[in-house]
Design a protein around this ligand. Structure first.
Ligand SMILES: Cc1cc2nc3c(=O)[nH]c(=O)nc-3n(C[C@H](O)[C@H](O)[C@H](O)COP(=O)(O)OP(=O)(O)OC[C@H]3O[C@@H](n4cnc5c(N)ncnc54)[C@H](O)[C@@H]3O)c2cc1C
Length: 392
């Protein structure tokens, strides 16, 4: 494939994918002064990928410095979102409460807590079992031995944040082209030369892969092998339920990973089924309801009375990497091909930091927010994986 000087259209940066990650990158590039950004989205509307399916949880309670630092940029960003972008992100700092049910969990939370504090997180604290009991007497707590709580963790509205990023970017020069699927990526001796789409070719020297769970397909178009796999996640919203406080944080039962948070007049229930296998499965499996309600009633006995309407439950795709960390930065051997992929369940909460990192790398070649050498694609070939164990 060769660079074709007769291309009709050009852009300084082409972003493939208009989900929350592509939108944040477009915002950060535009805010940094790059006015010639084109976002290509194959759907007729934004948000039809993982972003529109997300639970909207944001937290800084992670186990690795890279994840913690990304949250330390992203959560304050969400807190000031409306002031900065003129559009709500609906950030609700109701916290995340991890409930430990064994000494192993406690020492794990303590180690994480020390890392979080050392990196500058102020609002996290270890919490005793008695305090958990007095805050939430509705929880079955005979096996709870303590926990960890961070008050600035909480929830956002992923769709609203995505639209906020893109609207600001579009108002300041970014172009968003919907209904336009990228079908090929062209390379020449210098690196990236352009993209082929269902509505024509575009000449560019810089392409960003922000294609969410479809990232590996897009990377293949540039000859890059990307270890990102789609993995189904299902969420079950309940009907209105007022016997548990709606001011509650995200509550995580560490014995089995079941977690829930208030949503509208009811609750949103989540559990990572260990039997799930990778693939593009987006159908909701009715059998999941019984599995999750069993876990819900086990931790919150009054949830035995919860009503759920299976028609309102949904499934979406996580974009998993082997070490549960994103792959960020220029692909080795393909100058101008930038990756923003594989968020492994954290793409909404880390979208602001990702936008900043990608914008810095694209415009200046370096970024101070995190040690980007840790997040590059080459870590897999070089055996430098960074294991994140605090995955929900
Ligand atoms: C059930 C569920 C719960 C979740 N909960 C949380 C949570 O609580 N907190 C959190 O931080 N994260 C959560 N996540 C993860 C989060 O939603 C994702 O990491 C994030 O939305 C990824 O954003 P994205 O922009 O990379 O991908 P997407 O939103 O999938 O966007 C990618 C876009 O690329 C487009 N595209 C793909 N291929 C092409 C092509 N060839 N040409 C043009 N366009 C293309 C797609 O149409 C899509 O719009 C959850 C995910 C799921 C499924």
């Amino acid at each position: 494939m060769h660079y074709n000087a007769n291309f009709m259209e050009t852009a300084e940066v082409v972003i493939i994918g208009g989900g929350i990650v592509g939108s944040s990158i477009a915002y950060h590039l535009t805010a940094a002064g790059c006015k010639d950004v084109l976002v290509l989205e194959r759907e007729t509307a934004q948000g039809k990928g993982s972003t529109g399916k997300s639970m909207g949880g944001v937290r800084a309670q992670f186990s690795t410095p890279v994840s913690i630092r990304m949250s330390l940029y992203s959560i304050p960003f969400y807190a000031g979102f409306e002031e900065r972008l003129g559009h709500p992100s609906d950030y609700r700092p109701q916290g995340y409460l991890f409930c430990a049910t064994g000494e192993k969990h406690i020492s794990y939370l303590r180690t994480n807590y020390q890392k979080q504090i050392a990196l500058g997180l102020k609002d996290v604290r270890l919490i005793t079992a008695d305090e958990i009991r007095s805050l939430f007497p509705q929880l079955r707590s005979d096996d709870i031995v303590g926990g960890s709580f961070c008050s600035t963790d909480g929830f956002v509205d992923p769709y609203s944040a995505m639209i906020g990023f893109m609207t600001w970017a579009a108002d300041h020069g970014t172009k968003l082209r919907k209904n336009t699927k990228v079908t090929g990526i062209q390379r020449d001796a210098q690196g990236i030369a352009g993209v082929e789409t269902t509505s024509g070719n575009i000449s560019t020297r810089k392409v960003v892969n922000a294609a969410g769970p479809w990232a590996a397909e897009v990377a293949r178009m540039a000859g890059v092998d990307l270890p990102v796999e789609p993995l189904r996640r299902m969420l079950v919203p309940t009907e209105p339920f007022d016997q548990f406080p709606h001011t509650a944080p995200m509550i995580i039962d560490m014995s089995n990973g079941f977690h829930f948070r208030p949503e509208a007049l009811g609750f949103l229930l989540a559990w990572n089924d260990p039997e799930e296998t990778p693939g593009y499965k987006t159908d909701f499996e009715p059998g999941f309801i019984e599995k999750i309600l069993t876990r819900a009633a086990d931790r919150v006995p009054m949830f035995e009375n919860l009503a759920v309407n299976p028609k309102r439950a949904w499934a979406g795709l996580y974009e998993m990497t082997p070490d549960h960390h994103p792959i960020l930065g220029e692909a080795p051997g393909v100058p101008g091909f930038f990756l923003a992929n594989g968020f492994s369940g954290h793409g909404v909460m880390h979208a602001p930091a990702t936008g900043k990192i990608l914008s810095d790398l694209i415009l200046t070649g370096k970024c101070d927010l995190v040690d980007t050498s840790l997040l590059g694609l080459s870590r897999f070939a070089e055996g430098r994986l960074i294991e994140e164990t605090a995955v929900l």
